[in-house]
Each structure stands twice: as C-alpha cells, then as structure tokens.
Design a protein around this ligand. Structure first.
Ligand code: BDR
Ligand code: CA
Length: 304
C-alpha cells in the first residue's frame, strides 16, 4: 500500500500503526501533501515519523503544495506550528526522494502487476492530480481507503464540512467520480474514537520512545477538544484507515453513493450520502468498536 498524508498528529500515529503491522500491511511508500500545515512541514514530519518508527528505508515522496482550485487552508490551531507540536521527534537520517509524488503514483500504479491499496489521510490533491493526468492508473488501485467527509456528524472546520474534504473539495470530487473502489472513514466514525485519558494512559504505559512520543502527541492535541462539544479526548481520525486494513471487522461499513458540495457558500466542501441506491460509488464506516481500536493501537505501538 501507499500512504498519502499531511502529518499532523493523527497522521503520525496512523503511520506508526501501519509501520508496526508488517504481517498484514506492506507499506511501499509515503506521499506527502499540504493540509494540516504547509507541504515543507508535512514532508519533514513524515521523515521524522519514519525515523521514529525505525523505517528510514521507506521512501517519502513530496507532493502537491496547494489544492487544485482553492487556496490552502491549514490547521495550526489544532496541530501547532510544526504540525506535530508536543513530542521531540528524531531528526531524519535521510531526505525525501527527488521524484514528485504525483509522478511516483502514476508510474507505480500504471506498472504494478498487482493492485495497490491507497490510504488517504489528508486532502486528496495528489491522488486527484494523478488520476487526472493518467486516468488509466485507476486499474492499478485495489481500493482507496480514506479519512474523509461527514454524513450525520456535522463538520470540524465549518459547521458542514470535514477538514480533508474542505481543503480540496475539487480533488475529492475527482476521486469520488473515478470508479476506484472507495472506503470512507468519516467524522461519524472518527468522532466516536476519542483518545480519553485512560486510553492515553494505556499508550503511556508502553514506555518506549514510540509510546512516549505518541503520548505527548495525544496530550498536546487534546487541548483543542476536551471540554468542548462533549469531547473527552482527541478524536483519533486517521489511524481508523489503517485499523480498517488490519481488521475490517472493527467497523460497521455500508455501501452508498457519496458526493461533495462544490458550490460557493456555507456548505462548500460538505459531503452527502444516499444509502439506498443500487449505484453505490463506495462504502463508508458509520460504526466502530472503539475499545478494540485503541487496544490494537496500543498493542502494535508496543511492538515498534
Ligand atoms: C482530518 O483533518 C486533519 O486535521 C486530520 O489529520 C484528519 O486527517 C480530520 O478531519
Ligand atoms: Ca490527516
């Protein structure tokens, strides 16, 4: 699989979970995109997390620095100036590859003998750019599993829109219309997955560099949520994508037809779903076994 990401605290934990699960997942590459913070920072953060995971051999490809049409919107108010404020992360022992992420995606997906899973943890700019330049690569994508959208849970950047879709709704539209098999992890499910204090303590108890860094990430990022809107901890969005690929039985997933609102206005970047049609263009998770999810994360991170 290829992980497309904008780290970001929850992206970082998703990367750690994936790199800690070699018996189920083979991570071929990480591609970076602008989102939570600008591209230079998301790329640097991916390199630092790769180092923390002891996986400096996994290539990191730098991707698009801005959305297809809209101006870039970032989320330092959640993730801090660096994008992963809180822990001290190791300096990268080597840098990103010279090839652009979109060129890497096109070349790899065009020539792969076996379909590759895409894990999309940020705005979908890189994937949409690749699909637009070379639509035939959809044959090389087994499934795109992505943290995106919200159906009944409201928004987290505007009242109606989820951040990843809001940042690049035009890219989301390209991906939703591409015919690629899709699995969405919307806010409906990630808002259930709150890193409450006991769950953070279970990760703290790991007492390794990975366990300590993850604890500090969760302790930093919860300040934006706890005490607001009924949250008891940071909603751990992006690792749901990885957990689904490790153990889909943790999720209640339903087929539906999904779309994104591109019109200018208050609902710009919001997602809609029709659950009863025969012409579904994907599936979305609406339920999650939250305790099993956090147990999986703690168990896997302890092994890194
Ligand atoms: C998504 O937005 C980002 O801030 C998180 O990393 C996650 O991918 C949640 O809406
Ligand atoms: Ca993300």
């Amino acid at each position: 699989m290829i992980i497309d990401t904008d780290p970001g605290h929850d992206d970082a934990i998703a990367l750690l979970l994936a790199l800690a699960s070699p018996s189920e997942l083979e991570v071929r590459a990480i591609t970076t995109v602008a989102g939570n913070v600008p591209l230079s920072k998301t790329t640097y953060n991916a390199l630092r997390v790769r180092e923390l995971a002891g996986a400096p051999h996994i290539p990191v490809y730098r991707g698009c620095g801005r959305p297809l049409v809209n101006e870039l919107v970032t989320a330092e108010y959640v993730h801090g100036e660096s994008g992963i404020d809180g822990p001290e992360l190791p300096e990268p022992s080597r840098g990103a590859e010279q090839i652009h992420a979109v060129d890497y995606l096109i070349e790899t997906l065009r020539t792969t003998p076996e379909p590759i899973t895409l894990c999309i943890l940020g705005p979908m700019t890189n994937i949409a750019a690749a699909l637009t330049q070379a639509p035939e690569i959809s044959a090389g994508i087994g499934e795109a599993v992505m943290m995106s959208g919200s159906f009944h849970a409201g928004g987290n950047v505007t009242p109606a829109a989820e951040f990843n879709v809001f940042v690049d709704p035009h890219a989301t539209d390209v991906v939703l219309s591409s015919g690629v098999p899709l699995v969405m992890m919307p806010l409906d499910v990630t808002h259930q997955a709150q890193a409450t204090r006991p769950r953070v303590e279970a990760i703290h108890a790991i007492d390794t560099p990975v366990g300590r860094a993850t604890t500090e990430m969760l302790r930093f990022v919860e300040r934006y949520y706890v005490g607001r809107g009924g949250f008891e901890g940071f909603p751990l969005h992006d690792p749901t994508v990885i957990a689904y690929l490790i153990d889909p039985s943790l999720f209640d997933v339903r087929p539906g037809r999904f779309s994104v609102d591109l019109a200018a206005g208050e609902t710009h970047g919001s997602t809609g779903a029709e659950w009863h049609l025969d012409d579904a263009n994907g599936r979305a998770a609406l339920g999650i076994d939250v305790d099993a999810y956090f147990e999986l994360i703690a168990e896997r991170l302890a092994a890194l």
